[in-house]
Design a protein around this ligand. Structure first.
Ligand code: NAD
Length: 332
């Protein structure tokens, strides 16, 4: 298949180019994000390959359909960025990478917690400035704390195991309970009961119409005073303005986010020469107890290998007209 690859980064190209010789596909790498205008770049290709912030809305899908593209391979797990109803109406076949390395994301959630707990980001800068003062670096133990996990699919499950291993009591909320986790000691309960009991809360459910702003002003008010809130899933699970307010009142004691509600026009680019226009992220960055990373939880060698291997397998199945192992369908 001829594949138009959008939002290309050097690490994508390296990992796909390593595996491409084993497959019969031809890739054209494009730097721009996919939207209704850049969709034109895909002319002459059979498929497009896109990432989390590529816009697969009605306008882009219509444009792609007009120029003869009929296959979409998402090199990510989430598919909230795709208008599935429109894609289905236009007859697109869509595949994704359901689980490339759940441990990569779960370990990044742990990295955020550990950094916030022990202020290693501040210590690193201090020591480099020949400042060995410990003032202001008092942290807290993670062992013995209660961790609430929202969403115990592939990533949530890996995260539960890590937190059990570190000596936490682990509570969970999911619309589908996992028997293996229950046997390991994870206690499922309704969200309203999990929120007030958890010292640390980590979000691992997908973003959809049910979970949009799952963490809003009302849910924040149910949490423990000084809770550690972690989001490595999708930005819009948390209402940014509400969490800013909760940080100001100290309801949220630490916030670690790898994803941000309005990340679409910010992340994955070097914007260090630009004037930051987004007031919410600017405010978030002023808090000493907020740690933000730019959607890098997936970025390990192991995950990149798995993303390219599964995406190429998805393309093989599409090209050979086989049944699709990782198909995403409207209403599935
Ligand atoms: P998954 O599908 O394996 O698990 C999602 C879990 O959430 C499932 O158990 C599901 O039952 C549960 N769920 C669905 N709706 C829910 C609701 N309303 N309330 C509570 N639980 C609900 O997905 P995964 O592979 O574990 O990934 C989770 C999310 O992590 C993805 O949707 C994606 O947005 C995000 N992610 C982020 C990165 C990153 O780099 N930051 C990388 C990969 C995935």
């Amino acid at each position: 298949m001829k594949v138009a690859f959008f939002s290309t980064k050097s690490y994508d190209r390296q990992s796909f180019d390593k595996l491409l010789p084993r497959h019969k596909h031809e890739f054209t790498y494009f730097d721009p994000k996919l939207d209704s205008i850049t969709a034109a770049l895909a002319e002459g290709h059979d498929a497009i390959c896109t990432f989390v912030n590529d816009h697969l809305d009605k306008a882009a899908l219509t444009r792609l359909s007009e120029i003869g593209v009929s296959n979409i391979v998402l090199r990510c797990a989430g598919y909230n960025q795709v208008d599935l109803e429109k894609a289905s109406e236009l007859g697109f076949k869509i595949c994704r990478v359901p689980a490339y390395s759940p441990e990569a994301v779960a370990e990044h959630a742990l990295a955020l917690i550990m950094t916030l707990a022990r202020k290693t980001h501040k210590a690193y800068n201090r020591v480099r400035e020949n400042n060995y003062s410990l003032e202001g670096l008092t942290g807290f133990n993670i062992n013995g704390k209660t961790t609430g996990v929202i969403g115990t699919g592939a990533i949530g499950k890996a995260f539960c195991k890590i937190m059990l291993g570190i000596g936490c009591k682990v509570l969970a909320y999911d619309i589908k309970e996992n028997e293996e986790l229950k046997k390991l000691g994870v206690i499922y309960m309704p969200l309203d009961e999990l929120l007030p009991q958890s010292d640390i809360i980590s979000l691992h459910c997908p973003l959809n119409s049910d979970t949009h702003h799952l963490i809003d002003q009302q849910r924040l008010s149910q949490m423990k005073e000084g809770v550690v809130l972690i989001n490595t899933s999708r930005g819009a699970l948390i209402e940014s303005k509400a969490v800013i307010q909760a940080l100001k009142t100290k309801k949220v004691g630490n916030l670690g986010i790898d994803v941000y509600e309005q990340e679409e026009d910010l992340f994955f680019q070097n914007r260090s020469e630009e004037i930051l226009q987004d007031e919410d992220i600017a405010r978030l960055m002023t808090f000493p107890n907020v740690l933000i990373t730019g959607h890098q939880a997936f970025l390990t060698n192991e995950a990149l290998y798995q993303i390219s291997a599964t995406t190429l397998k998805n393309l093989d199945e599409l090209a050979e007209g086989k049944s699709l192992t990782n198909e995403v369908k409207w209403n599935n």
